[in-house]
Design a protein around this ligand. Structure first.
Ligand code: DLL
Length: 433
């Protein structure tokens, strides 16, 4: 199978470490000289760039958080003068001011290279026709994938998000072979195609490159079955660059992190302590090649685990496992930690449940409550009460045994839960309202 940049993606790990140390030292010197937020943080810790002499010294450096970016809104974290910045994007933050990110010409080049890597890893070539159904705009998804598509020589259809019927028409008429969007939108498309009586066999679609939100293995199988494609996962965040931090190869066994540009660490989110390889914890990333907007030990809030075992594809880069979600998305129900993706896994395994659900969290007196609203097929929805009740009890039983905390299940009619065009928002937490 093709590898976009074998020299870097299959680099011997000792040489990779040399390259990382060099990139780390350069980055630390640059932020120390040019970014007042880092100057202050380093001074508080009594650190100077000369103290960084090995990769182990990384843990001496301070973390960067979303709060730092907010405090330095809009351009305070930039390490180059504005005249060297050629592109600006922004995070899709749901609370407060969005964070602003900038790119030099070289940053854009690197970004395009890294997207080309994971597109190639997913099996795309110059022969593909790639339909991009991410929204073009401040969000990094569409532009990131757009330039990667062009770089590998495939044809890009810059469709943007929404307008589901038109997406399907274009997919049919233009013979799109690859689809780029969020996994939840892929399901929205599959649903609509079924309603319109369009069989996936009549399309040329063969691969999906999905990312920008957490999704379970069960959801992957559902998308693959319903669209008749190979569905691959890719990960990124605007604060680090956008898509192109990590992406899966066709073996679908974890996303290769482009470690020649980003150093990953896993920490205990409560104490900040660095955890040994293989542990589950919060992913922390340090950029080692970015010019405009370098990030030292950025706390992503995403909970995952890294594997350093070599992959059968030949890449030597570490792989990150599907994230359970952001630690901010984690619900604490009666003291038990619950990720929406865990609920998704259970629902997707139940025959009769449709892949559309909404979680409603509330507090009655001092007691947290969790309600799971799930669409079921018409057979079940219109079934006699007794059978419906038995169905609800069966789902509730499975949920409590997986989550360790009870949830009330409410069956809703097909097509009643809101469909998503971009990132899905599946939780209504009335406790925060
Ligand atoms: O979502 C960048 C992106 C665009 C990635 C397109 C992949 C494809 P933000 O809007 O800043 O950037 O959101 C970043 O989304 O911290 C994760 O919580 C979540 N996320 C992104 N990719 C994945 C994924 C883009 N593959 C935040 N699996 C991140 C799980 C993901 N969560």
């Amino acid at each position: 199978m093709a590898i976009w940049n074998p020299e870097k993606e299959c680099l011997d790990r000792d040489r990779l470490r040399d390259l990382q140390l060099k990139g780390l030292k350069d980055t630390v010197s640059r932020v120390f000289q040019n970014v007042s937020c880092y100057q202050n943080k380093f001074k508080e810790l009594g650190l100077s760039p000369e103290d960084i002499n090995s990769l182990e010294d990384l843990s001496k450096l301070p973390f960067t958080t979303k709060e730092d970016l907010r405090l330095n809104y809009p351009y305070g974290m930039f390490a180059v003068p504005m005249r060297q910045v050629v592109r600006i994007h922004s995070s899709s933050g749901t609370t407060g001011k969005p964070t602003v990110v900038g790119y030099t010409r070289n940053d854009l080049n690197v970004w395009t290279e890294l997207v080309s890597r994971f597109m190639t890893a997913a099996g795309l070539t110059a022969d593909d026709i790639v339909q991009i159904a991410f929204g073009y705009g401040l969000f990094t998804g569409a532009f990131g994938l757009h330039y990667g598509t062009e770089r590998i020589g495939a044809s890009v259809i810059p469709m943007s998000s929404g307008n589901t019927d038109k997406q399907i028409m274009i997919m049919q008429d233009y013979r799109s072979t690859a689809l780029v969007c969020t996994p939840s939108y892929a399901l929205t498309l599959a649903d609509r195609m079924e309603k319109l009586g369009i069989s996936p066999d009549s399309l040329a679609l063969r691969v999906g490159l999905f990312g920008a939100e957490p999704w379970s293995e069960e959801m992957r199988r559902e998308i693959e079955k319903r669209l008749g494609i190979l569905a691959t996962d890719n990960y990124g965040l605007s604060e680090m660059m956008g898509p192109g931090i990590a992406g899966e190869c066709e073996h679908q066994c974890g996303m290769h992190i482009f470690e020649d540009h980003f150093i990953p660490e896993i920490i205990n989110p409560d104490t900040g302590e660095v955890l040994p390889a293989g542990s589950v914890g919060e992913l922390v990333l340090t950029s080692i090649s970015k010019e405009a907007f370098p990030m030292i030990r950025y706390r992503t809030r995403d909970i995952t685990r890294l594997t350093y075992e070599p992959c059968v594809c030949g890449r030597t880069l570490a792989r990150m496992h599907k994230t359970a979600g952001r630690s901010d998305d984690m619900l604490i129900i009666k003291g038990v930690n619950v990720f929406p993706t865990q609920i998704e896994e259970v629902l997707f395994q139940v025959e009769g449940c449709e892949p559309h659900y909404q979680l409603v969290v509330d507090r009655v007196g001092a007691m947290d409550t969790l309600e799971v609203h799930v669409e079921v097929n018409e057979c079940i929805f219109f079934d006699e009460m007794k059978k419906q009740r038995a169905f609800v009890e069966m789902v509730e039983k499975r949920l409590v045994s997986t989550l360790g905390v009870g949830a009330k299940v409410k069956l809703v009619e097909p097509s009643t839960i809101k469909r998503h065009e971009g990132k899905a928002n599946r939780v209504i937490d009335k406790r925060k309202i």
